[in-house]
Design a protein around this ligand. Structure first.
Ligand SMILES: C[S@@+](CC[C@H](N)C(=O)[O-])C[C@H]1O[C@@H](n2cnc3c(N)ncnc32)[C@H](O)[C@@H]1O
Length: 218
């Protein structure tokens, strides 16, 4: 029996944390985050004209970075449900008609089919119980064009017991219990079970964080 409950998740960021999300990320990482997220988004390998579906898009910071790669001819569709996040997203991306915000849950079946070159999900997937993660992965698979890629930026798979103390502390004291459950499961196996193949990965922050790209077969 699964001891994890969706109610224990912290993935639906609200209130003060949501209103100051970008600033808080910059502060708690001692200024490291902006450089890291720019690097990780560059590592998706987006090219001009590509279309991106962003699951749990947040404040718009990531959308603006992705726009630098897909350009005017590309398109970004951002799915987000948090009120504070949506408000910041709309403000930040208002000048760009090729960035669209949609108020839609990602853990319920989505209507997109064979439409996007890339589905991106950044620090969101770990925050769901496995059944909902499976729904999210199904949604990504269906939304992608054949040959399209699912880019997951999140915790890597590692042994939390052997991790450096501050990572162990953050996972066990700051994060929700679902984060450790996610870390303990083989993410590639999870994706392969839904039909994804050909994995590419980049690691960051002493290999505790990973951008994992998985391809939908042609
Ligand atoms: C930890 S934040 C990450 C935000 C952004 N992806 C980033 O990397 O900065 C998680 C985000 O997922 C959104 N979220 C949580 N549950 C969601 C759901 N079921 N559907 C859509 N968005 C969701 C939250 O509102 C929040 O913006």
């Amino acid at each position: 029996m699964n001891q994890y409950r969706q109610e224990d998740s912290k993935v639906e960021v609200t209130g003060f944390e949501a209103r100051y999300y970008d600033t808080l990320m910059n502060i708690v990482t001692l200024g490291w985050y902006p450089k890291f997220i720019r690097r990780a988004i560059a590592d998706i390998g987006l090219t001009p004209g590509e279309s991106v579906l962003d699951f749990g898009a947040g404040t718009g910071r990531n959308a603006l970075l992705m726009r630098e790669h897909v350009g005017e001819s590309g398109k970004i569709t951002a799915l987000e449900i948090g009120d504070e996040m949506k408000a910041q997203f709309e403000k930040k991306t208002a000048p760009y008609p090729n960035i669209e915000l949609v108020d839609r849950r990602i853990d319920e079946p989505l209507p997109y089919e064979n439409e996007y070159d890339v589905v991106f999900i950044s620090f969101v997937l770990h925050g769901f119980v496995q059944e909902r993660r499976d729904t999210i992965i199904e949604n990504a698979y269906r939304a992608l064009k054949p040959g399209g890629r699912f880019a997951i930026l999140d915790y890597a798979n590692f042994d939390v017991d052997s991790a450096v103390w501050y990572v162990k502390w953050a996972i066990r004291r700051v994060e929700c219990p679902l984060a450790e459950d996610f870390i303990n499961r083989d993410t590639k196996e999870m994706l392969a079970g839904h039909g994804f193949e050909r994995f590419e990965e980049r690691f960051y922050f002493k290999n505790y964080l990973r951008l994992l790209k998985a391809y939908k077969p042609l």
